[in-house]
Design a protein around this ligand. Structure first.
Ligand code: IPM
Ligand code: MN
Length: 333
Protein backbone atom coordinates (compact mmCIF):
# COMPACT_ATOMS: atom_id res chain seq x y z
CA UNK A 1 0.00 0.00 0.00
CA UNK A 2 0.93 3.65 -0.33
CA UNK A 3 3.61 4.74 2.10
CA UNK A 4 3.42 8.04 3.92
CA UNK A 5 6.10 10.46 2.81
CA UNK A 6 7.92 12.38 5.52
CA UNK A 7 9.96 15.45 4.65
CA UNK A 8 13.38 15.41 6.27
CA UNK A 9 15.33 18.61 6.82
CA UNK A 10 18.67 17.43 8.24
CA UNK A 11 19.71 20.95 9.30
CA UNK A 12 23.04 22.54 10.20
CA UNK A 13 25.94 21.37 12.38
CA UNK A 14 25.18 18.00 13.96
CA UNK A 15 21.83 17.92 12.13
CA UNK A 16 22.89 15.48 9.38
CA UNK A 17 24.36 12.99 11.90
CA UNK A 18 21.35 12.91 14.17
CA UNK A 19 19.04 12.74 11.15
CA UNK A 20 21.00 9.74 9.96
CA UNK A 21 20.34 8.12 13.33
CA UNK A 22 16.59 8.67 12.88
CA UNK A 23 16.70 7.17 9.40
CA UNK A 24 18.61 4.12 10.60
CA UNK A 25 16.31 3.51 13.58
CA UNK A 26 13.18 3.96 11.46
CA UNK A 27 14.52 1.56 8.84
CA UNK A 28 15.39 -1.03 11.47
CA UNK A 29 11.93 -0.70 13.05
CA UNK A 30 10.38 -1.04 9.59
CA UNK A 31 8.45 2.19 9.92
CA UNK A 32 6.27 2.32 6.80
CA UNK A 33 7.32 5.71 5.51
CA UNK A 34 9.55 7.06 2.78
CA UNK A 35 11.76 10.11 3.08
CA UNK A 36 11.90 13.20 0.94
CA UNK A 37 14.96 15.23 1.88
CA UNK A 38 15.20 19.00 1.60
CA UNK A 39 18.50 20.67 2.34
CA UNK A 40 17.48 23.89 4.03
CA UNK A 41 20.33 25.67 5.76
CA UNK A 42 21.03 29.05 7.21
CA UNK A 43 24.18 28.95 5.10
CA UNK A 44 22.19 28.73 1.87
CA UNK A 45 20.22 31.91 2.43
CA UNK A 46 20.68 34.28 -0.53
CA UNK A 47 19.84 37.94 0.11
CA UNK A 48 16.73 38.94 -1.80
CA UNK A 49 15.49 35.36 -2.23
CA UNK A 50 13.02 33.38 -0.13
CA UNK A 51 14.58 32.24 3.13
CA UNK A 52 13.12 28.81 2.66
CA UNK A 53 12.63 27.50 -0.87
CA UNK A 54 8.94 27.13 -1.68
CA UNK A 55 9.59 23.58 -2.88
CA UNK A 56 10.43 22.59 0.69
CA UNK A 57 7.43 24.37 2.21
CA UNK A 58 5.12 22.88 -0.43
CA UNK A 59 6.48 19.41 0.25
CA UNK A 60 5.71 19.69 3.97
CA UNK A 61 2.25 21.08 3.20
CA UNK A 62 1.56 18.33 0.68
CA UNK A 63 2.78 15.41 2.76
CA UNK A 64 1.73 16.83 6.14
CA UNK A 65 4.69 15.46 8.09
CA UNK A 66 8.23 16.65 8.55
CA UNK A 67 11.27 16.16 10.76
CA UNK A 68 13.77 18.94 11.15
CA UNK A 69 17.25 18.92 12.63
CA UNK A 70 18.64 22.11 14.20
CA UNK A 71 18.99 25.18 11.99
CA UNK A 72 21.39 27.87 13.04
CA UNK A 73 19.77 31.11 14.28
CA UNK A 74 22.41 33.84 14.30
CA UNK A 75 22.12 36.56 16.93
CA UNK A 76 22.06 40.13 15.72
CA UNK A 77 21.05 41.79 12.50
CA UNK A 78 20.58 39.87 9.29
CA UNK A 79 17.79 37.61 8.12
CA UNK A 80 15.01 36.18 10.18
CA UNK A 81 15.38 32.77 11.86
CA UNK A 82 14.61 29.89 9.50
CA UNK A 83 13.03 28.05 12.42
CA UNK A 84 10.51 30.82 12.96
CA UNK A 85 9.93 31.26 9.26
CA UNK A 86 9.02 27.58 9.00
CA UNK A 87 6.56 27.78 11.89
CA UNK A 88 4.91 30.90 10.62
CA UNK A 89 4.82 29.92 6.94
CA UNK A 90 3.32 26.53 7.76
CA UNK A 91 0.87 27.83 10.35
CA UNK A 92 2.34 25.58 13.05
CA UNK A 93 0.36 27.23 15.78
CA UNK A 94 1.13 25.01 18.75
CA UNK A 95 4.36 23.58 20.06
CA UNK A 96 4.33 20.63 22.43
CA UNK A 97 7.32 19.71 24.61
CA UNK A 98 6.92 16.86 27.07
CA UNK A 99 9.49 16.76 29.88
CA UNK A 100 9.37 13.58 31.83
CA UNK A 101 11.92 12.04 34.20
CA UNK A 102 14.12 9.61 32.27
CA UNK A 103 15.09 6.50 34.24
CA UNK A 104 18.88 6.33 34.36
CA UNK A 105 19.39 10.07 34.11
CA UNK A 106 20.23 11.48 37.52
CA UNK A 107 18.50 14.77 38.28
CA UNK A 108 17.26 16.56 41.39
CA UNK A 109 13.72 15.19 41.10
CA UNK A 110 12.34 11.73 40.47
CA UNK A 111 8.86 12.29 39.16
CA UNK A 112 8.76 15.22 36.81
CA UNK A 113 6.10 14.99 34.13
CA UNK A 114 5.40 18.39 32.65
CA UNK A 115 4.24 19.24 29.14
CA UNK A 116 4.66 22.79 27.90
CA UNK A 117 2.29 23.92 25.18
CA UNK A 118 3.35 27.09 23.54
CA UNK A 119 1.51 29.42 21.20
CA UNK A 120 3.90 29.26 18.30
CA UNK A 121 3.05 31.98 15.80
CA UNK A 122 2.83 35.37 17.48
CA UNK A 123 3.70 37.12 20.76
CA UNK A 124 7.20 38.60 20.76
CA UNK A 125 8.11 36.42 17.80
CA UNK A 126 6.24 38.43 15.16
CA UNK A 127 9.49 40.22 14.29
CA UNK A 128 8.06 43.72 14.56
CA UNK A 129 10.94 45.77 15.89
CA UNK A 130 12.17 49.23 15.09
CA UNK A 131 14.37 52.01 16.31
CA UNK A 132 12.17 54.93 17.32
CA UNK A 133 15.04 57.38 17.69
CA UNK A 134 18.70 56.51 18.21
CA UNK A 135 18.98 54.72 21.54
CA UNK A 136 15.31 53.81 21.76
CA UNK A 137 13.91 50.64 20.21
CA UNK A 138 10.54 48.94 20.30
CA UNK A 139 9.83 45.21 19.98
CA UNK A 140 6.17 44.43 19.73
CA UNK A 141 4.38 41.57 21.44
CA UNK A 142 1.31 40.82 19.37
CA UNK A 143 -1.43 38.74 20.96
CA UNK A 144 -4.64 37.97 19.13
CA UNK A 145 -7.80 36.47 20.54
CA UNK A 146 -7.99 33.92 17.74
CA UNK A 147 -4.47 32.57 18.23
CA UNK A 148 -4.86 32.58 22.02
CA UNK A 149 -8.13 30.67 21.82
CA UNK A 150 -6.62 28.20 19.38
CA UNK A 151 -3.63 27.68 21.65
CA UNK A 152 -5.78 27.28 24.74
CA UNK A 153 -8.11 24.84 23.02
CA UNK A 154 -5.16 22.86 21.79
CA UNK A 155 -3.82 22.59 25.34
CA UNK A 156 -7.12 21.37 26.77
CA UNK A 157 -7.67 18.92 23.92
CA UNK A 158 -4.15 17.63 24.43
CA UNK A 159 -4.82 17.22 28.15
CA UNK A 160 -8.04 15.34 27.53
CA UNK A 161 -6.64 13.07 24.84
CA UNK A 162 -3.57 12.25 26.90
CA UNK A 163 -5.46 11.72 30.15
CA UNK A 164 -3.75 14.58 31.95
CA UNK A 165 -5.40 16.09 35.00
CA UNK A 166 -4.58 19.75 34.95
CA UNK A 167 -3.82 22.68 32.69
CA UNK A 168 -2.04 25.72 34.12
CA UNK A 169 -2.06 28.98 32.18
CA UNK A 170 1.29 30.71 32.77
CA UNK A 171 1.24 34.46 32.25
CA UNK A 172 2.25 37.94 33.37
CA UNK A 173 -1.19 39.52 33.16
CA UNK A 174 -0.44 41.56 36.30
CA UNK A 175 1.83 43.78 34.21
CA UNK A 176 0.95 43.00 30.58
CA UNK A 177 -2.68 43.75 31.19
CA UNK A 178 -3.75 43.75 27.58
CA UNK A 179 -1.66 41.06 25.92
CA UNK A 180 -1.31 38.47 28.67
CA UNK A 181 -4.66 39.65 30.04
CA UNK A 182 -6.41 38.56 26.86
CA UNK A 183 -4.43 35.35 26.63
CA UNK A 184 -5.43 34.48 30.19
CA UNK A 185 -9.05 35.37 29.55
CA UNK A 186 -9.07 33.01 26.55
CA UNK A 187 -7.65 30.23 28.72
CA UNK A 188 -10.27 30.84 31.40
CA UNK A 189 -13.10 30.76 28.91
CA UNK A 190 -11.84 27.62 27.22
CA UNK A 191 -11.38 25.95 30.61
CA UNK A 192 -15.12 26.14 31.20
CA UNK A 193 -15.66 23.80 28.25
CA UNK A 194 -13.41 21.20 29.83
CA UNK A 195 -14.86 20.48 33.26
CA UNK A 196 -12.98 17.17 33.31
CA UNK A 197 -9.64 19.03 33.36
CA UNK A 198 -8.63 21.09 36.37
CA UNK A 199 -7.64 24.64 35.44
CA UNK A 200 -5.10 26.77 37.29
CA UNK A 201 -3.31 30.03 36.66
CA UNK A 202 0.24 30.95 37.57
CA UNK A 203 2.31 34.09 37.27
CA UNK A 204 5.30 33.15 35.19
CA UNK A 205 7.95 33.93 37.80
CA UNK A 206 6.13 31.97 40.47
CA UNK A 207 5.76 29.11 38.05
CA UNK A 208 9.53 29.14 37.42
CA UNK A 209 10.25 29.18 41.14
CA UNK A 210 7.96 26.24 41.75
CA UNK A 211 9.27 24.35 38.74
CA UNK A 212 12.69 24.19 40.33
CA UNK A 213 11.40 23.46 43.84
CA UNK A 214 8.18 21.47 43.44
CA UNK A 215 7.86 20.49 39.78
CA UNK A 216 5.24 17.88 40.65
CA UNK A 217 2.81 20.78 41.00
CA UNK A 218 2.57 21.03 37.26
CA UNK A 219 1.08 18.89 34.56
CA UNK A 220 0.25 20.69 31.29
CA UNK A 221 1.38 24.32 30.99
CA UNK A 222 0.02 26.67 28.33
CA UNK A 223 1.98 29.81 27.50
CA UNK A 224 2.49 32.60 25.02
CA UNK A 225 5.37 32.27 22.60
CA UNK A 226 8.46 33.74 24.34
CA UNK A 227 7.27 32.62 27.76
CA UNK A 228 6.86 29.12 26.35
CA UNK A 229 10.31 29.23 24.83
CA UNK A 230 11.90 30.05 28.18
CA UNK A 231 9.82 27.85 30.44
CA UNK A 232 10.11 24.83 28.14
CA UNK A 233 13.90 24.98 28.42
CA UNK A 234 13.57 25.24 32.18
CA UNK A 235 11.31 22.19 32.22
CA UNK A 236 13.72 20.31 29.96
CA UNK A 237 16.54 21.17 32.34
CA UNK A 238 14.66 19.38 35.12
CA UNK A 239 14.83 16.05 33.31
CA UNK A 240 18.27 16.17 31.71
CA UNK A 241 18.24 19.00 29.21
CA UNK A 242 17.50 19.71 25.58
CA UNK A 243 19.51 16.71 24.39
CA UNK A 244 16.82 14.42 25.77
CA UNK A 245 13.57 16.24 25.18
CA UNK A 246 11.21 16.07 22.23
CA UNK A 247 9.34 18.84 20.50
CA UNK A 248 6.47 18.79 18.06
CA UNK A 249 5.03 21.70 16.08
CA UNK A 250 1.42 21.30 15.06
CA UNK A 251 -0.77 23.09 12.58
CA UNK A 252 -4.20 22.35 11.20
CA UNK A 253 -2.93 19.71 8.78
CA UNK A 254 0.79 19.78 9.38
CA UNK A 255 3.14 18.22 11.88
CA UNK A 256 6.81 19.14 12.17
CA UNK A 257 8.99 17.29 14.65
CA UNK A 258 12.20 19.06 15.63
CA UNK A 259 15.14 18.90 17.96
CA UNK A 260 15.28 22.19 19.81
CA UNK A 261 18.88 22.01 20.91
CA UNK A 262 21.49 23.88 18.91
CA UNK A 263 23.66 22.85 16.00
CA UNK A 264 26.71 22.13 18.25
CA UNK A 265 29.28 23.24 15.66
CA UNK A 266 32.16 22.21 17.97
CA UNK A 267 31.32 18.52 17.61
CA UNK A 268 29.68 18.58 14.18
CA UNK A 269 30.84 15.87 11.79
CA UNK A 270 32.65 13.93 14.53
CA UNK A 271 29.99 11.29 15.22
CA UNK A 272 29.72 12.48 18.84
CA UNK A 273 26.25 14.03 18.92
CA UNK A 274 23.36 12.69 20.95
CA UNK A 275 20.40 12.00 18.62
CA UNK A 276 17.89 11.32 21.42
CA UNK A 277 15.96 14.58 21.19
CA UNK A 278 15.40 14.21 17.46
CA UNK A 279 14.54 10.53 17.84
CA UNK A 280 11.97 11.23 20.55
CA UNK A 281 10.51 14.06 18.48
CA UNK A 282 10.24 11.65 15.56
CA UNK A 283 8.44 9.23 17.89
CA UNK A 284 5.91 11.96 18.66
CA UNK A 285 5.36 12.37 14.93
CA UNK A 286 4.77 8.64 14.53
CA UNK A 287 1.98 8.88 17.10
CA UNK A 288 0.42 11.67 15.05
CA UNK A 289 0.53 9.28 12.10
CA UNK A 290 -1.21 6.66 14.21
CA UNK A 291 1.85 4.43 14.00
CA UNK A 292 1.62 3.71 17.70
CA UNK A 293 3.29 0.31 17.67
CA UNK A 294 6.35 1.64 15.90
CA UNK A 295 6.42 4.64 18.20
CA UNK A 296 6.20 2.48 21.32
CA UNK A 297 8.91 0.08 20.20
CA UNK A 298 11.36 2.81 19.28
CA UNK A 299 10.68 4.75 22.45
CA UNK A 300 11.13 1.67 24.61
CA UNK A 301 14.42 0.85 22.88
CA UNK A 302 15.75 4.38 23.47
CA UNK A 303 14.81 4.38 27.14
CA UNK A 304 16.24 0.90 27.67
CA UNK A 305 19.61 1.92 26.24
CA UNK A 306 19.65 5.06 28.39
CA UNK A 307 18.70 3.13 31.52
CA UNK A 308 21.37 0.50 30.94
CA UNK A 309 23.87 3.35 30.64
CA UNK A 310 26.46 1.38 28.67
CA UNK A 311 26.27 3.08 25.29
CA UNK A 312 25.72 6.70 26.13
CA UNK A 313 27.15 9.66 24.24
CA UNK A 314 29.58 12.11 25.82
CA UNK A 315 26.95 14.65 26.89
CA UNK A 316 25.47 11.93 29.13
CA UNK A 317 28.83 10.95 30.56
CA UNK A 318 29.40 8.01 28.21
CA UNK A 319 32.00 7.25 25.58
CA UNK A 320 29.82 6.00 22.73
CA UNK A 321 29.74 7.62 19.35
CA UNK A 322 26.44 8.70 17.87
CA UNK A 323 26.53 5.69 15.55
CA UNK A 324 27.28 3.28 18.43
CA UNK A 325 24.41 4.63 20.52
CA UNK A 326 22.16 4.34 17.48
CA UNK A 327 23.26 0.74 16.93
CA UNK A 328 22.53 -0.05 20.61
CA UNK A 329 18.98 1.28 20.15
CA UNK A 330 18.53 -0.80 17.01
CA UNK A 331 19.71 -3.89 18.87
CA UNK A 332 16.89 -3.39 21.37
CA UNK A 333 14.12 -3.10 18.80
C1 IPM B 1 13.11 26.86 20.15
C2 IPM B 1 14.27 27.67 19.72
C3 IPM B 1 13.83 28.73 18.74
C4 IPM B 1 12.86 29.63 19.45
C5 IPM B 1 14.95 29.53 18.11
C6 IPM B 1 15.92 28.63 17.39
C7 IPM B 1 14.45 30.61 17.20
O1 IPM B 1 14.91 28.25 20.81
O2 IPM B 1 12.50 26.24 19.29
O3 IPM B 1 12.78 26.84 21.34
O4 IPM B 1 13.25 30.57 20.12
O5 IPM B 1 11.67 29.35 19.37
MN1 MN C 1 14.00 27.66 22.72
Amino acid sequence: DALHTVVLIPGDGIGPEISEAVKKVFAAARVPIQWEEHLISTKNVVPGQDLIPSTALDAIRRHGYGIKGPLETPIGKGHKSLNLTLRQALGLYANVRPCRTVPGIRTKFDHVDVVTIRENTEGEYVGLEHEVVPGVVESLKVITRSASERGARFAFEFARQNKRRRVTAVHKASVLKLSDGMFLECCRRTAKEYPDIEFREALIELCCGYLISQPQRYDVLVLTNLAGDIVSDLAAGLVGGLGLTASLNKGEHTVLAEAVHGTAPDIAGKDLANPTALLLSAVMMLREMNLHDHADRIERAIYTVIKEGKNLTGDLGGKARCSEYTRAIIDKL
